[in-house]
Design a binder for this molecule. Structure first.
Ligand SMILES: *[C@@H]1O[C@H](CO)[C@@H](O)[C@H](O)[C@H]1NC(C)=O
Ligand SMILES: *[C@@H]1O[C@H](CO)[C@@H](O)[C@H](O)[C@H]1NC(C)=O
Ligand SMILES: *[C@@H]1O[C@H](CO)[C@@H](O)[C@H](O)[C@H]1NC(C)=O
Length: 360
């Protein structure tokens, strides 16, 4: 009887000890985490250094109002083609806009898979004079090089431009609406203007193509940044970003997080949110286009193409027609309220989790 009591007492003691140890360990971890979080104010990133890239194809720039730089995959000309048909170089020139596609190079393997050769890219460049190609492999993990190359080239070549707009080539845009907003002063000095993303976390799942290791980025969250889908700034801001990055050793491969988040944060540059002009679902853009019949404009100027490059062309036709012929929607009649679509997870930046829709 007594030994049984002793045994129970011993058991209770061991349980207490175990509980205590777990607790101590937990709080120790907690303290460590807090320390790490503190350290993270200096966003530590490691990776390749950003020596100036060699330029293989170099276009001219004589824009005076807006330079529109678009990251584009060398191996897929379809989005470039749709953009050129939507907004021709002549039309853009009349609007004092210069559009440039930013490309890398394809290795033999990629050339074979895509059926795009370097000669085909040279031909494309001669026809349209709108390609800037850097001497680096066109891969996801070289996106930051591409982005920075575009900004560096702009600063060196487009001396008199008032605004820089950076976009991804799978994004649909109403240029007339953007121009109207620029003229009314939507872009402030010393700030980045776009879709602001806050408290985004790195993908820590190694199987994901956007996987970010602790070595690449130590923090648990990214600094606030604007989505690389489309953002706008004054050249003075780009100048600060580029000068800073060229004199530091910092590098992180997810381009929007790095340029508009990490670098921007280090320089204390403000961000301005204009997310009300963006939709994260291409089906809202389809609803916008339908509004043409009722002579109604659309509150959305930017959105994804949903994998259909031709949406750019149709949305542009709608935008051009409605810019002069349609009236603005009232609050209760906004596309965002009227257009009924099944909710889909938005995928606003490359590092966010990709959810592929299930096709039945
Ligand atoms: C810009 O350059 C193009 C040729 O590249 C030329 O046709 C056009 O007139 C120039 N525009 C201005 C404003 O100088
Ligand atoms: C980036 O481009 C360089 C130069 O072509 C290449 O050596 C490197 O492998 C590329 N990096 C990645 C991660 O694709
Ligand atoms: C505005 O509507 C008129 C009449 O339908 C049409 O002729 C004109 O081309 C439209 N404007 C634009 C920019 O499409």
């Amino acid at each position: 009887m007594l030994s049984k009591l002793w045994f129970l007492l011993l058991l209770a003691c061991i349980t207490c000890l175990l509980l205590y140890m777990t607790f101590v360990e937990r709080s120790g971890l907690q303290a460590l985490k807090m320390n790490l979080m503190h350290l993270q104010t200096v966003y530590k990133t490691t990776g390749q250094s950003l020596d100036n890239v060699k330029i293989l194809i170099k276009p001219s720039c004589n824009a005076t109002f807006l330079i529109w730089i678009i990251t584009s995959y060398a191996g897929d000309p379809s989005a470039r083609s749709a953009l050129r048909r939507a907004y021709t170089n002549e039309e853009l020139q009349a609007l004092e806009i210069r559009r440039i596609f930013l490309l890398g190079t394809l290795n033999n393997d990629a050339e074979r898979k895509t059926h795009i050769s370097q000669n085909a890219l040279l031909d494309e460049s001669q026809r349209f004079n709108d390609i800037l190609q850097g001497d680096f492999l066109d891969t996801y993990r070289n996106l930051t090089r591409k982005h920075l190359m575009g900004l560096r080239w702009t600063l060196n070549n487009c001396k008199h431009v008032k605004y820089i707009m950076k976009m991804d080539d799978d994004i649909v845009v109403n240029i007339y609406g953007i121009m109207e907003n620029l003229r009314s002063g939507i872009v402030e000095k010393d700030s980045l203007t776009g879709y602001v993303l806050k408290n985004m976390v790195p993908v820590r799942e190694p199987a994901n193509k956007w996987y970010v290791s602790k070595m690449e980025y130590t923090g648990d969250t990214y600094p606030d940044f604007v989505s690389g889908w489309l953002y706008i700034m004054h050249p003075q801001v780009a100048n600060r970003l580029i000068n800073y990055v060229e004199s530091s050793n910092e590098f992180f491969w997810i381009d929007d997080v790095f340029v508009t988040g990490i670098l921007r944060h280090a320089l204390n540059i403000k961000i301005k949110d204009i997310s009300e002009l963006y939709t994260t679902d291409y089906r809202y853009l389809e609803c916008c286009i339908k509004g043409r019949a009722s002579l109604l404009k659309c509150e959305f100027l930017v959105g994804p193409n949903g994998g259909n490059t031709e949406l750019q062309v149709r949305f542009k036709e709608f935008a051009k027609f409605c810019h002069t012929n349609c009236s603005a929607r009232t609050d209760s009649n906004l596309v965002g309220k009227r257009c009924v679509v099944v909710y889909k997870e938005p995928n606003l930046h490359k590092g966010s989790v990709q959810i592929s829709p299930v096709v039945l």
